[in-house]
Design a protein around this ligand. Structure first.
Ligand SMILES: Nc1nc(=O)c2c([nH]1)NC[C@@H]1CN(c3ccc(C(=O)N[C@@H](CCC(=O)O)C(=O)O)cc3)C=[N+]21
Length: 284
């Protein structure tokens, strides 16, 4: 058997087309503030692609590129200004931040109504309660993908491998909200392969190249690869996922890397920005 490929591009295109329609129904284009500190090459490239995509769907966006030497106080002052600016609908602070800045303090400082990453503790609590308006982009994008390809979620056994704050934990909360039976597995899970083999749906977000191997997958299961690992193969840089390519021989469906979940992360950020603007609009 070979797994059905589940590419992100058609899902992202459909989502972005809906976003563009919602943008044109608003009296004013929502504005997205993209904040990054320092020059980490991956962050520079991710923020650039978010900025580009925002403009493509008719959003306004602005990149605030702050030097590595920026103090936490200065960053918090910028966030205060963006929180107070009624023209700004969404604020994203690109992670990771330099070590002298507390991520916790920064995420707390973003107005929850403008928190398009869904990382503020208020939004995290709402998400676990099953009623968040702004959900973290990667897991929300994965649900879009599952719906697009008509992969069933309700009543299914889902195993999320990885317990990060930005993917694993929110993914588990959102699958639970969609009535899956959810297990969170991680580096301390005993007999991980036996756990993942129970799953109809496996989401892997551990950041280790080719971590999930065919013996860990139930035949026919859907496998979602969240990994973005930059490795060297024969002297050339390459991006590979957390899923071993041979999993395609066992799985029923498999997302590619690149070209899978990453595209949906960016598309969902645009959707969250419009949602934030609509919420303000509805409140009057
Ligand atoms: N506050 C915050 N919010 C984030 O959403 C956030 C973050 N910080 N820090 C880093 C991670 C990573 N991330 C990705 C965005 C786009 C692709 C993406 O476009 N991937 C493409 C291209 C591959 C590539 O060049 O990486 C693909 O998978 O095909 C991947 C990963 C957002 N993140």
């Amino acid at each position: 058997m070979t797994a059905r490929p589940l590419p992100g591009a058609p899902v992202a295109d459909a989502l972005l087309a809906r976003v563009a329609g919602r943008v044109s129904a608003l009296p004013q284009a929502p504005r997205l503030a993209l904040v990054r500190v320092g020059e980490d090459p991956a962050s520079v490239s991710y923020v650039r692609s978010k900025d580009k995509k925002a403009h493509q769907v008719g959003l306004q966006s602005e990149v605030f590129a702050l030097p590595e030497s920026t103090s936490q106080t200065e960053l918090l002052a910028l966030l205060d200004r963006l929180n107070a600016d009624v023209a700004v609908s969404g604020i994203l602070v690109q992670l990771p931040l330099p070590p002298h800045i507390s991520e916790e303090a920064v995420l707390l400082a973003v107005d929850p109504a403008k928190d398009v990453d869904g990382f503020h503790p208020y939004n995290v609590a709402q998400m676990w309660a099953g009623r968040a308006a702004l959900n973290p982009c990667t897991p929300a994008g994965i649900l879009e993908l599952l719906d697009f390809y008509a992969v069933p979620v309700a009543g299914q056994r889902a195993v999320v491998v990885g317990r990060s704050e930005i993917v694993g934990r929110p993914m588990a909360a959102m699958l639970l909200a969609r009535d899956a039976t959810v297990t969170i597995a991680h580096s301390r899970t005993a007999d991980l392969a036996a756990v993942t083999r129970e799953a109809d749906l496996v989401v892997v977000a551990v950041g280790r190249p080719h971590f999930l191997t065919p013996d860990m997958v139930k035949p026919g299961a859907t496998v979602i690869d969240v990994g973005i690992n930059r490795i060297e193969v024969e002297g050339k840089g390459k991006i590979v996922g957390d899923v071993h390519p041979d999993v395609a021989q066992v799985a029923g469906g498999l997302t590619p890397v690149p070209g899978g979940v990453g595209l949906l992360t960016v598309a969902q950020l645009m959707a969250n920005t419009v949602t934030a603007a609509e919420l303000v609009q509805d409140r009057g």
